[in-house]
Ligand binder design. Structure first.
Ligand code: BG6
Length: 497
């Protein structure tokens, strides 16, 4: 058998929303290695067929062309098998071992799509059953811990049973085609490298805005919040992709070494910056895409006086030669005006103007990650009617040329490469099966990221900083706008594009 993929949390949300649909897409694209099987594992008592039926029903929720036809699903379902397991029962792991022993497989991937509190128990039991041989890989879903200490504890346990090359820590943002294109843009082209630095860049913005609320994940979100859910991992990984030095080659450790350096160069938080460069907030009721939605505190599984943040905005810097002094602004939130994940590189203004340009504007490169991925380079050009306008005069001695118009060079990846591209989970699952670690996070990266967010967690726990609110369907609290304007910048959506 080519592979066995053991999916812990096999009947959970993540399994049927992301992991199994991604495996199906790989199957459909003919990239899933032939002759493998997927073994769903959870506490529920189900037969193989009942598991297949359950997944078949859930797959009906998949929208559009990604939904399998009946024939496709019945073929794919042949790969699906099921083993009931109480994750704290050593006896059940022995049964799991017997089940896996029915076949000899080249690779066995243990995918832990469970609550992180269970990672330690699962690893200890896998180790006790010797289910951690050299052909085994373990995939760990985020969030890996609640803070630095719990992250270190999980990593220490996992490393007692698995070696680093066997451990695949997922950050699904790294699997997104748009993020891989960011690497391609930077390291597959020579054009941007000379200007990708403090001398040419005035600021960088990362926005990860979601329209959706917390869906059915109230209890999870209550103990997680936006800082742990989005900033500690996805946003910081994007920041690394923007700020890192070119790696010496495309090997996993070469890439991860460079990302680690960025994380270690992040400006440490001080009492002053925690006060001025950081905003947390929670959504009130409001209207999103024309529909009324309730406040966070009215969501199921959420405490009425919850202090969990659903929005974070912050300013930081990367303290190294390339980036010193360039502000990196990050914001993320749920129930915002629209789904929009983008990175904006703002370039400096021309050193000596001879044309007029709209006030305060300069070139910028926008990298759109979601909902569509693409890039737009914002330039200035002279429009056809402008030759006739009378030049404005800055002073008598320094006449300025005509007013230039903003124009864009657009690259739409869907148009160029088609809509049916390899999705994030599909890419990462195929990489885990193939043993490619490039798009997975190393433990020292995670620890550096947790160390950086730790003072924020402490500050918020102490109740020292206010929790603001914002109307659902807005771009977040006014304090986020004030925070960035205080440094002389604006969020990108405040500008005319
Ligand atoms: C997950 C978070 O990691 O990423 C979710 O737990 C969030 O809260 C999701 O909605 C966003 O991912 P994407 O791919 O939809 O941007």
């Amino acid at each position: 058998m080519s592979f066995q993929l053991v999916l812990f949390g096999g009947t959970g949300d993540l399994a049927w929303r992301k992991i199994l649909p991604a495996l199906f897409q790989a199957y459909r694209h003919n990239t899933l290695p032939k002759g493998g099987r997927i073994l769903g594992v959870s506490r529920d008592v189900l037969s193989d067929d009942a598991f297949r039926n359950l997944i078949g029903e859930r797959f009906q929720n998949i929208e559009g062309e990604k939904r399998p036809t009946q024939e496709e699903f019945s073929e794919f379902a042949k790969l699906l098998h099921y083993q009931s397991c109480d994750l704290s029962s050593s006896l059940d792991y022995a049964l799991l071992k017997n089940r896996l022993g029915e076949h000899v497989s080249d690779v066995c991937v243990m995918y832990l799509a469970t609550a992180p509190q269970l990672f330690t128990t699962i690893c200890e039991n896998l180790g006790a059953q010797s289910l951690n041989s050299d052909s085994t890989r373990i995939v760990l879903e985020k969030p890996l811990g609640q803070d630095l200490k719990s992250n270190q504890e999980i990593n220490a346990t996992v490393k007692r049973f698995f070696q680093e090359w066997q451990i695949f820590r997922i950050d699904h943002y790294l699997g997104k085609p748009s993020v891989q294109n960011l690497f391609a843009l930077r390291f597959g082209n020579s054009l941007f490298e000379p200007i990708w630095r403090r001398e040419s860049v005035s600021s960088i913005q990362i926005t990860l805005a979601e329209e959706i609320g917390i869906e059915s994940r109230g209890p999870f979100y209550e103990r997680t919040g936006a800082l742990r859910d989005m900033i500690q991992n996805h946003a910081l990984q994007l920041l690394c992709a923007i700020a890192m030095e070119p790696p010496i080659n495309a090997h996993a450790d070469a890439i991860r070494d460079e990302k680690l350096k960025v994380l270690r160069s992040l400006k440490p938080w001080t009492a002053k910056s925690l006060k001025h460069d950081l905003v947390r907030a929670q959504y009130r009721d409001g209207s999103v895409s024309g529909s009324a939605v309730k406040a966070y505190t009215q969501e199921d599984g959420v405490s009425k006086d919850s202090k969990t943040e659903t929005f974070v905005a912050l300013k930081t810097e990367v303290n190294n030669w390339r980036w010193a002094g360039v502000p990196f602004f990050i914001r993320t939130g749920k129930r915002l005006a629209q789904q929009d994940a983008r990175i904006v590189i703002n370039f400096r203004q021309t050193p000596h103007p001879i044309f007029q340009t709209p006030l305060g504007s300069a070139n910028r490169l926008t990298i759109h990650l979601q909902p569509k991925d693409g890039m737009a380079l914002h330039l200035f050009a002279q429009g056809p009617s402008q030759n006739t306008t009378k030049p404005a005069h800055h002073t008598q001695r320094t006449p300025l040329g005509p007013m230039l118009s903003p124009v864009q060079l657009n690259l739409d990846f869907e148009q160029r490469f088609g809509a049916d591209r390899v999705g994030a989970y599909e890419r990462l699952l195929l990489d885990a099966l193939a043993g490619r670690l490039n798009l997975f996070v190393r433990s020292d990266e995670q620890e550096a990221a947790w160390s950086w967010v730790e003072p924020i967690i402490d500050d918020w726990q102490s109740g020292a900083s206010p929790l603001y609110t914002y109307a659902s369907g807005s771009w977040g609290p006014i304090e986020s706008k004030e925070m960035i304007e205080h440094s002389g910048h604006h969020w990108d959506d405040d500008k005319q594009t």
